[in-house]
Design a protein around this ligand. Structure first.
Ligand code: ACO
Length: 442
């Protein structure tokens, strides 16, 4: 198969959000902390009517209906998520419910988990299956997303909720550049979920932030090395890519990640003209640079214009929804297709940076080689974001408290109002005496 990659994608996010300005006031933090400091404007959330299975059911069914794809045409379905409600039964098996009517049970793939990175691994797996002798000619679906919730406190405003469904196929308008990848993985406790009785992660915030930029460094360096070795590029740099889409825990982190790419370009070519004003950072050791705020600001400044052109258009969903863990980087892709016209995207290289705490990170790229107008129209992202309902911070807190209290509940009937959900949304009807979950659809 030729030009394997993403042929189409659909997203789902909840119908309700909390406004970050109102949350700043409610939390009693200084004005601007969440909106400027984190770069977030709205945060999506769901009540006890939705869980990871329901949001995945919603996005897959919505994708199949919008694109009129038959469940019999799918030979592989992978799920990347870190929202775990069962230590054994995968979300993928729940999604097989949707295949029942078609009679197609011959579907490979299972869940992949490591913090925000599972979707990237799932996408690689699906593309590689299609590129291999194991491929039987059918299409693949990759589902990635999470319900990102934090304990109340300073991490809470960096939550969110969203899930994406991508169709992996040959002759894709977003063709994966297979050999062009750089990966960085190491053993670190920055964000993890060891407490099985809680939905919340255990977070070392400052460590997660430096780990993210370290991963940008090493994944980017490895990516550039591949560009030079395989593509024969000389002095590969940010100029070699047209767009960079990042995993976004909050958009300010993405600004820092982009600045870090510029810093790496500087270390490789310190005499390049755009670096005339930052020569004082030449002799700082890389390992000492991670906590250097002056250096961070200087490279954010140096890269400001390039950031505006190459990355800002991909942040529409992230700033309006919040973190979506495994789904975040693909919502970035959906935002880019929304904000940049198909004509402008033609022939362009779109690099993606995926970071999952713990940690696992990759930088890789797509080449745009087909019309993206229909995808953008079907996504209808801007008006869907605008059609949501705002909820007050105190109501939001009550809903979070309800989720916390009923997490892992047995023989439970959710209290959330089904009428609040967008049409076509799957919702949890009940959990029975053996923890079996039943779902309905609005
Ligand atoms: N106006 C403008 N900016 C402000 C204001 C204000 N009134 N107040 C604070 N700020 C700035 C700070 O200077 C800081 O900027 P900097 O990052 O450039 O230094 C920023 O806002 C955040 O303020 P902090 O005091 O550092 O925030 P805090 O420590 O309370 O929380 C944190 C931030 C650690 C990121 C927290 O939200 C968290 O733990 N989130 C979860 C972990 C996370 O998302 N990590 C990212 C990578 S891993 C992943 O994807 C999960």
């Amino acid at each position: 198969a030729e030009n394997i990659g993403v042929r189409a994608l659909e997203v789902y996010f909840p119908s309700r959000y909390v406004d970050q300005v109102e949350l700043e006031q409610h939390d009693g933090v200084s004005a601007g902390k969440y909106t400027i400091g984190l770069g977030q404007s709205k945060m999506a959330f769901c009540d006890d009517r939705e869980d990871i299975s329901s949001v995945c059911l919603t996005v897959v069914q919505s994708f199949m209906e919008k694109y009129n794809v038959s469940y019999s045409d799918i030979g592989r379905l992978e799920v990347g998520t870190e929202t775990i409600i069962d230590k054994s039964k995968s979300t993928k098996t729940v999604l097989m419910k949707l295949f029942e009517e078609s009679g197609n049970f011959n579907v490979e793939g299972i869940d992949t988990t490591n913090a925000c990175y599972g979707g990237t691994s799932a996408l690689f797996n699906a593309c590689q299956w299609m590129d291999s002798s194991a491929w039987d000619g059918r299409l693949a679906l990759v589902v990635a997303g999470d319900i990102a919730v934090y304990a109340s406190g300073n991490a809470r405003p960096s939550g969110g909720c969203g899930v994406v469904c991508m169709l992996v196929a040959p002759d894709a308008p977003l063709a994966l550049e297979f050999p062009l990848r750089g990966t960085f993985m190491e053993n670190i406790y920055d964000f993890y979920k060891p407490n099985m009785s809680s939905e919340f992660p255990t977070v070392d915030g400052p460590l997660s932030v430096t780990s993210y930029v370290r991963a940008v460094d090493y994944a980017y360096m490895a990516y550039l090395e591949k560009l030079e070795k395989i593509d024969g590029e000389k002095n590969a740099s940010l100029d070699s890519v047209d767009y960079v889409v990042f995993h976004s825990p909050y958009t300010k982190q993405v600004v820092k990640g982009f600045g870090r790419m510029a810093y790496n370009d500087f270390l490789r070519s310190p005499d390049a003209p755009q670096f005339a004003d930052v020569q004082q950072f030449k002799d700082i050791a890389r390992e000492d640079s991670y906590t250097n705020k002056v250096l961070e600001k200087a490279f954010i400044n140096v890269s400001k214009q390039t950031f505006g052109a190459k990355t800002k258009p991909s942040l529409l969903a992230a700033s309006n929804i919040g973190n979506m863990y495994t789904g975040s980087v693909f919502f970035g892709l959906a935002s880019l297709l929304t904000e940049v016209s198909s004509a402008d995207l033609q022939g362009k290289r779109v690099a993606l940076f995926s970071y999952g705490s713990g940690c696992a990170a990759s930088m890789y790229s797509f080449r745009v080689r087909g019309d993206t107008t229909k995808i953008a129209e079907a996504l209808n992202l801007t008006s869907r974001l605008d059609s949501r309902t705002k909820v007050s911070p105190s109501d939001f807190e009550q809903i979070m408290a309800l989720r916390e209290k009923t997490h892992n509940a047995l023989e439970y009937e959710p209290q959330g109002d089904v009428a609040q959900l967008f049409p076509g949304t799957f919702y949890l009807q009940k959990i029975d005496s053996m923890w079996r979950r039943a779902y309905g659809r609005t």
